[in-house]
Ligand binder design. Structure first.
Ligand SMILES: *Cc1c(COP(=O)(O)O)cnc(C)c1O
Length: 381
């Protein structure tokens, strides 16, 4: 699909396939049914744009959303409307109680002090406030220790002040199905959940969706799988959501002995055909891929030579026939030839990190139902 003209003001384009996103949500929702399926859209929907991603998921039937911080709830609330619930995973920062209540967001309370501050705010307002409780079942990151949660369950005043919508825990090793820690966390969570028999339970992130049904609880919370990333070692048939292409800025042939890029780290050992491409570390492309990794064009891999600059990198185009590539052409960095997982592996990181860095500086082209909408960098999410 050709983007409207103004996308041409950008030298790179990130295509975001909202049909694939919706198909992935459907697949995950079917997998956890009869449990419900929410969506984690923290960090601006993993970098892609929370307004458009959230709206597409809402059209697909998602009514429960999770963001990390209260400031991320605003742009989402505007598009998903009052029939959706937005949970704040990081909890309730001191001083944010009034803003959280006014936003209608539901904090995931992670400590007794958060619980106490939210209860105090409920008393001040003279009404109950919705809340989720997170318990730590073994990850030691966020959440109440078991004894604190049990003490709360025994407090008859709690229900007058807080309307508990969810009892949550988070798995440390859901992406490694063989780890005993998964069963241990599930057992610890179940023992605790028995103290809150009427509160819906939520355990599974993307990895947890592909663990046995015991892990699905009443509501699953996948994030990365929505965007087509397999959360564990096995391929799950998720559809890729992003594609990244960047333009050729200049083509040249250098003589043997020529240095390439900052530090002249690469020195041509023979005459070498090079293309400089409009993609750098300020675009979210890892600088550590200098001298490693590559782009793709017409089935050929174009290895990166020299360091990755802020706005550009240089590739060897010796694998292409003369005339196969011209100034202004796009080459593929993510797509059918190279997945997020491939790039992450080369860069020594995880697909989450590559994905969440991408959204800031490309023309984002959201495609849904045959329509394309272009969002330029700096335009709203
Ligand atoms: C980020 C997050 C998720 C989603 O994790 P994915 O691995 O991306 O599916 C779910 N729950 C909590 C508490 C999280 O922080």
């Amino acid at each position: 699909m050709e983007p409207p003209l103004h996308a041409e003001a950008c030298s790179s384009r990130l295509d975001i396939d909202l049909d694939a996103l919706r198909a992935n949500y459907r697949m995950l929702a079917e997998r956890v049914a009869p449990a419900r399926c929410g969506a984690v859209v923290k960090a601006n929907a993993y970098g892609l744009g929370v307004a458009r991603v959230g709206a597409a998921l809402h059209r697909e039937g998602c009514r429960t959303f999770f963001v990390a911080q209260l400031c991320e709830a605003g742009p989402l609330a505007g598009v998903v409307g009052p029939d959706a619930t937005i949970f704040i995973l990081n909890g309730l920062d001191p001083g944010s109680e009034a803003a959280c209540a006014a936003a209608g967001a539901v904090p995931v309370l992670n400590s007794l002090s958060q619980v106490a501050r939210w209860r105090a705010h409920a008393r001040a307002l003279g009404r109950t406030l919705p809340a989720a409780l997170q318990v730590d079942s073994g990850m030691s990151r966020l959440g109440l220790p078991a004894e604190d949660a049990i003490a709360l369950a025994a407090d008859p005043a709690l229900a007058r002040e807080l309307d508990l919508r969810l009892l949550m825990t988070h798995l440390a090793c859901a992406d490694e199905p063989g780890r005993a820690a998964n069963a241990n966390q599930l057992a610890a969570f179940r023992a605790l959940a028995a103290h809150f028999p009427t509160v819906p339970a939520s355990i599974a992130n993307s990895g947890g969706v592909f663990l046995p049904a015991d892990f699905h609880g009443d509501l699953a919370r996948p994030g990365v799988a929505l965007f087509g990333v397999d959360p564990g070692p096995d391929a799950r048939g998720l559809r890729p959501v992003v594609r990244l292409d960047a333009r050729v800025l200049q083509i040249r042939t250098v003589a043997a002995g020529a240095g390439v890029g900052y530090g002249l780290d690469h020195v041509a050992s023979a005459p070498q055909r090079l293309a400089t491409i409009a993609l750098g570390y300020a675009d979210g492309w890892p600088r550590c891929l200098g001298g490693m990794g590559g782009a793709w064009h017409r089935g050929a891999r174009l290895p990166i030579v020299g360091r990755v600059s802020m706005d550009s990198l240089t590739v060897d185009i010796g694998a292409l026939a003369e005339g196969d590539l011209a100034e202004g052409d796009f080459v593929e960095f993510l797509g059918p030839s190279q997945s997020l997982a491939d790039v992450a592996r080369n860069a020594g990181t995880i697909a989450y990190e590559i994905l969440t860095r991408l959204g800031a500086r490309h023309a984002r082209i959201f495609v849904e139902d045959g329509n394309a909408e272009v969002v330029l960098p700096g335009e709203n999410p």
